[in-house]
Ligand binder design. Sequence first.
Ligand code: ADP
Ligand code: TYD
Length: 202
Amino acid sequence: MFISFEGIDGSGKSTQARMLAETLRARGFDVVLTREPGGSPGAEEIRRLVLEGDPDRWSARTEILLFTAARRDHLERVIEPALAAGKVVICDRFADSTRMYQGLSRGDLRTLVDQLHSLMIGREPDLTILIDIDPAVGLARAKGRQGSEERFEDFGLGLQEKMRAGFLELAREFAPRFTVIDGARATETIAQDVLETALAKL
Ligand code: ADP
Ligand code: TYD
C-alpha cells in the first residue's frame, strides 16, 4: 500500500504523514515514512541541488529532470523494495507535486512532466491524501519555519492560489486514488479523517 500526501506548502502534510505513520505502527503495520524530493541518500543529494542555492541556475526543463531523477532513485532504492516486502509506504509529496510545481509554475509544462513520468516512474500511489488549505493560512504556517532551503513557498500568494486550484483539479482528474481533506482544522481532527481514509483503503 503506497500512500502519498500532497498540498501546498504549510498545509500540514508532514505533520499528518508523521501522525498517520505513528498510528498505523501502533496498530501493528510495518510502515516506511519517507519524503520527496529526497527519501534515499542519492535523492537527498539532489534535494540540496534543487532547494538550496540560486534557483535560477536550473532551467524549468532541467528542474523537471532533477526532480524526476531524485524520484527514480527513491523509487528503486526505497519505495519499491518496501512495497515488495509488504510494507505500507507513506510519502510526503510524490509525482503530483511535480505535475503542479514544475508543470504549472514556469509555463505550461504539464505534458512534459507526464511524459517523463510515464517513461521513468510509471507508478502512482494507491491513495493520495490532498490536504487542502487557504494559501494565506498555509503561508503563515510555513513562514514560522526556519531553514536554508529555497522553498517554493517564496512564490507568494498568487502562485500558491494557482497551486491550490491545480491540486483540486488533479484530485478530480485522478478521482479514484484521491481524497481531499480540509486542512483548516485542528491537527487531531484532520488526523482522524486521514486515519479513517487510510484504514478504509487498507
Ligand atoms: P507542510 O509539510 O504541508 O509544509 P507542516 O506539517 O510542516 O506542513 O506544517 C506547517 C506548520 O504548521 C508547522 O509549524 C506545523 O506545526 C503547523 N501545523 C500543522 N498542522 C496544523 C494545524 N492543523 N493547525 C495549526 N498548525 C498546524
Ligand atoms: P517540502 O519539503 O514538502 O516542503 P513543504 O513542507 O514546505 O511543503 O517540499 C519542498 C519544496 O519542493 C516544496 O516547496 C515543493 C517543492 N517540490 C517541487 O517543486 N517539485 C516536486 O516534485 C516536489 C516533490 C517538491
